[in-house]
Structures are given as structure tokens and as C-alpha cells.
Design a protein around this ligand. Structure first.
Ligand SMILES: [Zn+2]
Length: 87
């Protein structure tokens, strides 16, 4: 996958060079990602969603965020973030 600037669509995983209102590939609304940008670094949510899409369990994602990204996130916070993302 590309490692440059931009983001990954949490629904289809397609990399996009910039944040858009709708994914060009799957057409899903991505506006909630803009909201997330205002309150916290977006990479955390995107990364969690990506791991979730890859089939990892919540506990594994929490562990990966801590060990791979230095982000300490509680199981409860992770679940609420993912719930927000799926709205
Ligand atoms: Zn998409």
C-alpha cells in the first residue's frame, strides 16, 4: 500500500490522496472522518478500523496500537471509536 499522505477508506480500504466527503471507490460517506480530525489525530481511528477490517479482535487491536504505534487505548475506547466509524 501507499505510505504517503492521505488516508484509507475505512469501508473498502482504498487509499486516497486527500480527505474527501465520499470515497471514490465505494461511494460511502466519509464525513465522519472529518469530524474525528478535529478532536484527535486521525491516524489512530483509521488504523484501528484498518486492523478491524483485517479481522483482528478488539484485544489484539489494543495490543497492536500499543506495541506498534505507541498509542495506549482502552478496549472500551476502541469499541466506541469503531462504533462511531460504522455509523
Ligand atoms: Zn471506499
Amino acid at each position: 500500500m501507499d505510505c504517503g499522505r492521505g488516508m484509507f477508506c475505512p469501508f473498502c480500504g482504498k487509499h486516497m490522496s486527500s480527505l474527501t466527503r465520499f470515497c471514490f471507490t465505494c461511494g460511502r460517506c466519509l464525513e465522519f472522518l472529518k469530524d474525528a480530525d478535529q478532536t484527535e489525530p486521525p491516524d489512530i481511528l483509521h488504523q484501528c478500523v484498518q486492523y478491524f477490517n483485517e479481522g483482528h479482535s478488539y484485544a489484539v487491536i489494543v495490543d497492536m496500537m500499543s506495541s506498534l504505534h505507541g498509542v495506549n487505548i482502552s478496549l472500551r475506547t476502541l469499541k466506541s471509536k469503531l462504533n462511531e466509524a460504522w455509523l
